[in-house]
Structures are given as structure tokens and as C-alpha cells.
Design a protein around this ligand. Sequence first.
Ligand code: ADE
Length: 225
Amino acid sequence: MRIDILTILPELLKGPLDHSIIKRARDKGLVEVVMHNIRNYSKNKHRQVDDYAFGGGAGMVMCIEPVDLLIGNLKSERHYDQIIYLTPDGEKYNQKFANYLSTLDNIIILCGHYKGVDQRIRDHLVTLEISIGDYVLTGGELAASIIADSVIRLLPGVISDETSALTDSFQDNLLAPPVYSRPAEYKGWKVPEILLSGNTAEIDKWRLEQAIEKTRKRRPDLLEG
Ligand code: ADE
């Protein structure tokens, strides 16, 4: 899979996608993540990529030309399955969305800034608009790293324990059950006896019960589906 991220702040994206599991996935060639600085496509001598909104109003708007030139350049090199714009008024992101994106070959993620991007970018260039939640960030970069992280970890070979990604919270509309490790007792706080029993059928049953109970208490909306 290849993910091209279009941003005016490439530095902001480096940290989250340059460590641990995601770094190893990139190093092994399981995913290619390429950052592009939108400013490099500005024809303005100050490398400006934003301008005042027609009709007035507070806040600057990201201009169409540099974004169009950059996307056009990328599209001339390969086919993109989705061109995603990150915005608080997009479709709400969730695990099913991550599963879907992880099946694609090439995607572009456009990080917005300022008051937003010229609507013509959204109307004519973008194919999917995503929000990571009902709150407003200063820009799309943190949202882009969340989406890239959640997608990359699902790619074959990225997480060594094959079943691990499948037992995540949300994969079956259930939150994950609690997990414990050694010591079996700490300050008098005990690990549930069943987990030490070695009876895998009973342990699986207990985990399912715990998952259902936790979901019922915290996220009953997940059980409605
Ligand atoms: N940009 C600003 N806020 C955002 C959000 N909640 N989701 C995606 N992109 C954003």
C-alpha cells in the first residue's frame, strides 16, 4: 500500500509515523508513506498557499492551485483509489472505515488548515471526506497520522501476532476484554482465577462475557447494530 500525505507541515507528521510498529512496517516495505509539502507547488514568491475568502469573513482559505498541481502530479504517476480530505464535517471515522482503507492500494490524504480549503478542491478533486471525531483540530496532520496508524497496523505482516488485530476492540462491535500479566498477585490485587486455570474454552467464554459486559456499560450503541 502507498499513502501520500499532502500537508503544509510535514515535520508534524514525522514523529508519529517514524517509530515502533509503523516504522518497522515502512522499513520492511509493507507500506510506503510519502509526505508532500503543498508549499512546494505554490507559484507565489512567498510560497503562500492561502488567501482571503471571497465574500469576506474571518480566516484564510487554502487555495486550489497548489493542491491541484500536486494531486495532478501524483495522479499522472499512478491510480489512486481514494483522495481523502480531513475535515471535522466529514464522515465519522471508525474501525470499519480503517478496515476498508487497508484494502486499498494507493490513497492520498489532504490535510486542511486555516478556515478550510477552497470548496472546488472538495467538489472536483477529493473523493472522500473524513472526520476523526466531533472536535476541531488546528489542522489535519494529527488526524492523518491517526488514520495512517490505524490502517497500517491492519496490513498483512505488520503485526506479528496474526490474530492480534482481529481481536481489537471494535472488530466485532465489542470492546476488548481486560488483560493481565505477571505477577498473578500484586499488593493483594489478584488476577481473575479463571485466567490461571489453563482451560482455554472457559477462558474464551470469560473473555467474551467480559467484552459484552464492558460494551453494555460503556458503549451500548455498539450492541444495537
Ligand atoms: N481537521 C480539523 N479537525 C478535524 C477532525 N476532527 N477530523 C479530521 N480533520 C480535522
